[in-house]
Design a protein around this ligand. Structure first.
Ligand code: RFL
Ligand code: PHB
Length: 392
């Protein structure tokens, strides 16, 4: 098989890249380890930045999001014993968010791929990258007991944190930055109306988050220790713990329901530098992970795809590899800003087991400052909104 760009991974990064490349007349083949149903069923992100929404609109992928997504202007923060406050991102920086599940985006991307008869190979076994530092790279895989090789000009590694692409960068070239947090998030999805706003709660019992997918689907999370066993968390226990972490008025408005999904995600910050090597370019979770506190992961995957698709388009249109050469540096600027914001919000909103009385007071006074200082709120709004994309 031959193509211009071989894309490893059919998650949101890989599928959006394939879609935008097609828009520019560039051919690609997507190789995915899992089945289509498996990829489609994963429950993950839900908050889209304005830049992400704009990208989906630009490439004709927004019809359902514009109908079903819930636009909102910012988020609320509450902490134990104090009244809530609202970070009004729209007022401060003129940007809005849309609550629209990653599951729906994934469906929309697959539907768009079907419409253009895209080549997406699911259930690919033993995926391997070859010759990434030569002019003739390729991707090989096992399909129905046969070995298939895809020859290409470039490889896009969009295969998530546990993928194979990043490992094709030699250890003496790859620099890794990592922070592991001493807790995870237990999340639940329930077919009940959500609270009107996204609310982040800092409480002595631990962090909690109220979020949404649609007017009839809500998503909640609570901070749990890393060794938590999900079997120990029947729905009733989850609801009572969640409500204990919100102020009484808000807790009373939370509508309980059966969990249609329940899972635990560990929290980690991770960045791999550089994001390219030879003819291999990493995008999305393959290159970086953020703790979900800032709702940045999917948005960063899409900004990488913006820069990478622009660089490939430039290369094929003009013959110049300049934007490909600067891809890693450009993408990393936005990545690090969101990595820092996610780390900051994680520290601000969670209870750390190692926290001293001093740390605790400092955290409370930081929240107090945020609540009372309009300029602190503007600064947070700017970071939470995500930086604008660089257009050169
Ligand atoms: P993905 O989605 O992990 O897709 C990678 C794909 O590559 C496949 N793959 C392989 N394919 C071929 N060969 C191999 N060897 C392969 N190894 C892996 C995988 O099967 C998969 O299909 O990465 P991508 O495309 O970079 O997208 C990233 C996002 O999925 C991720 O950043 C977000 O979900 C993070 N995230 C959130 N992001 C937001 O922007 N806003 C949010 O509100 C938000 N909430 C969240 C989140 C992530 C969470 N979890 C579970 C980690 C909430 C949670 C709980
Ligand atoms: C979600 O809706 O899943 C969500 C919302 C906000 C976050 C993280 C996850 O910060």
């Amino acid at each position: 098989m031959k193509t211009q760009v071989a894309i490893v991974g059919a998650g949101p990064a890989g599928m959006l890249l394939s879609e935008i490349l097609h828009h520019h007349g560039i051919d690609s083949v997507v190789v995915e380890r899992q089945s289509r149903d498996y990829v489609q069923a994963r429950i993950r992100a839900g908050v889209l930045e304005q830049t992400t929404v704009d990208m989906l609109r630009q490439y004709g992928l927004s019809a359902r999001m514009d109908q079903e997504g819930h636009a909102h202007d910012g988020m609320k923060i509450v902490w134990a014993g104090r009244s809530e406050f609202f970070i009004d991102v729209h007022k401060h920086v003129g940007k809005r968010f849309v609550a629209y599940g990653q599951t729906s985006i994934q469906e929309d991307l697959f539907a768009a791929a079907d419409r253009r008869n895209a080549r997406v190979i699911f259930n690919a076994g033993e995926v391997a990258l070859h010759g990434v530092d030569t002019d003739a790279p390729s991707v090989s895989l096992e399909l129905d007991g046969r070995r298939v090789t895809i020859e290409c000009d470039y490889i896009a590694g969009c295969d998530g944190f546990h993928g194979v692409s990043r490992r094709a960068i030699p250890a003496d070239v790859l620099k890794e930055f990592e922070k592991i947090y001493p807790f995870g998030w237990l999340g639940i999805l329930t077919p009940q109306p959500p609270l009107p706003d996204i609310v982040y709660a800092n409480h002595p019992r631990g962090f909690a988050l109220a979020s949404m997918r649609s007017p009839t689907l809500s998503r909640y999370y609570i901070q749990v220790p890393l060794d938590t066993n999900i079997e120990d968390w029947p729905d009733a226990r989850f609801w009572s713990e969640l409500k204990a972490r919100f102020p009484a008025g808000m807790a009373a408005s939370i509508v309980e329901g059966p969990s249609i999904e329940k899972s635990i995600a560990p929290l980690r910050s991770y960045v791999a530098e550089p994001m390219s090597y030879g003819r291999l370019f990493l995008a999305g979770d393959a290159a970086h992970i953020v703790p979900p506190t800032g709702a940045k992961g999917l948005n960063l995957a899409f900004s990488d795809v913006h820069y990478l698709s622009r660089a490939l388009d430039h290369r094929y249109r003009t013959g110049s590899p300049d934007l490909l050469a600067s891809y890693s540096e450009t993408a990393l600027r936005r990545v690090w800003h969101s990595v820092r914001t996610s780390w900051y919000l994680t520290n601000l909103l969670h209870r750390f087991p190692s926290s001293t009385a001093f740390d605790q007071r400092a955290q409370e006074y930081e929240l107090d400052f945020l609540k009372s200082s309009p300029s602190a709120q503007v600064a947070l709004a700017e970071q939470y909104a995500g930086l604008p994309l660089e257009h050169t």
